[in-house]
Design a binder for this molecule. Structure first.
Ligand SMILES: [Zn+2]
Length: 372
């Protein structure tokens, strides 16, 4: 049985471990049935699948991914899927058991397996030695482990480097804990643990794209050429998004204003990639499933004043009341970001590319950048 427990236990790749997809013509037409855990991963998968495979998102739009628990109809979708794509790193907290029980014929692939996972919380701010030591272990593990996943991640890392060049090694204020496939993220969300919000750095979405491409191609070799072409086009679009839109827009924000106070720890990878400092979080921890103490709220208000943080950001997938009250208390404006979900298809964040554009426009407006 193929299942996900803890981290990545099963990453099924390159044919050898993928359950054969038999009887496609009999069930659900002749298309591969792909279920992604949430809307952003589903959008990436659709860009790779094109017309050749059917992709659905398990979580509805605007659900909080941390707390989402599948309904009975979702269990049916899981059981009927040829492959289930997850973020991993304990992101899908509420659906891990259901995915694990999806059935023997369901392949589960962790899209972030090759992503360099950042710690969240205080460890990120301090860039401490422990993190650097763990990063060193990453290479050891990769060298010691000649498994298929290590080899696959090495090829994806090289493909990414060829696409994005030096930008892949941008600001290193916090050293990664390691590539996800080398880590056991567990279920705890204490400071220094795995931050699962990898997609706010488009480079990581490029790694997702490669993983989806190789997974779909292994399961459905007849359409491998289409998946490869679609992935190439999407990788180019992601790279252009960074170089032609995000980086120029961020460059208009004064450096002293590149400070974020967000509702929960959803923007760590964006901050790391584009040189922002996460000054504080309304909800402590990597998940939304916690509540701040009165002392933590008071500490955040002090930090906003002391650091001159220009704005507070709430998010569409969580109750904004506390973030709004903190903004009001500190006299700074309040904005809403898309974090754990895309918006409606015809709205401003209906795709991942538009989601990033919307959030970057919001940062530019909130933090004193120049609208271009
Ligand atoms: Zn989250």
């Amino acid at each position: 049985m193929h299942r996900v427990s803890g981290l990545l236990v099963m990453l099924l790749l390159a044919g050898a471990h993928l359950a054969p997809v038999g009887g496609l013509a009999q069930e659900g037409g002749d298309h591969l049935q792909v279920v992604a855990s949430f809307s952003i991963l589903a959008d990436v998968a659709r860009n790779v699948a094109g017309d050749a495979a059917d992709v659905t998102a398990l979580m509805p739009l605007n659900a909080d991914p941390h707390s989402f628990v599948p309904a009975p109809r979702d269990l049916v979708a899981l059981a009927e899927a040829d492959v289930v794509l997850t973020v991993g790193a304990s992101f899908e907290e509420g659906m891990a058991v259901s995915v694990a029980n999806a059935g023997e014929d369901v392949n589960v692939v962790v899209a972030s397996a090759c992503v360099a996972i950042l710690p969240f919380g205080d460890a990120a701010a301090h860039g401490d030695d422990a993190a650097h030591e763990e990063a060193a272990h990453e290479d050891d593990a990769a060298h010691a482990d000649d498994s298929e996943i290590a080899a696959l991640c090495a090829t994806h890392k090289a493909e990414l480097a060829a696409l994005v060049g030096e930008a892949a090694d941008a600001p290193q204020d916090a050293a990664p804990l390691g590539r996800l496939y080398t880590l056991d993220c567990g279920e705890a969300h204490e400071a220094g643990g795995c931050d699962p919000h990898v997609w706010t750095d488009p480079d990581n979405v490029m790694l997702w794209t490669m993983m989806v491409r190789d997974t779909l191609s292994a399961l459905d070799p007849d359409h491998a050429a289409a998946y490869a072409d679609n992935a190439t086009a999407y990788l180019e679009a992601l790279n252009a998004l960074v170089n032609e839109e995000i980086a120029p827009a961020v460059s208009t924000i004064p450096e002293a204003s590149r400070k974020l106070v967000t509702n929960h720890a959803a923007l760590g990878y964006f901050a790391h990639r584009f040189g922002f400092e996460v000054v504080g979080l309304v909800i402590p921890g990597a998940s939304t499933l916690a509540e701040p103490s009165a002392a933590e709220v008071a500490g955040l208000i002090d930090a906003i004043r002391a650091e001159g943080v220009p704005a507070v950001f709430a998010e569409t997938t969580a109750n904004p009341d506390l973030a709004w009250r903190i903004a009001e208390e500190t006299g700074v404006p309040f904005y809403t970001l898309y974090t754990g979900s895309l918006g409606e298809p015809d709205g401003p964040a209906g795709t991942y590319l538009d989601y990033m554009r919307h959030n970057v426009r919001t940062f530019v407006a909130a933090l004193g950048g120049t609208v271009q």
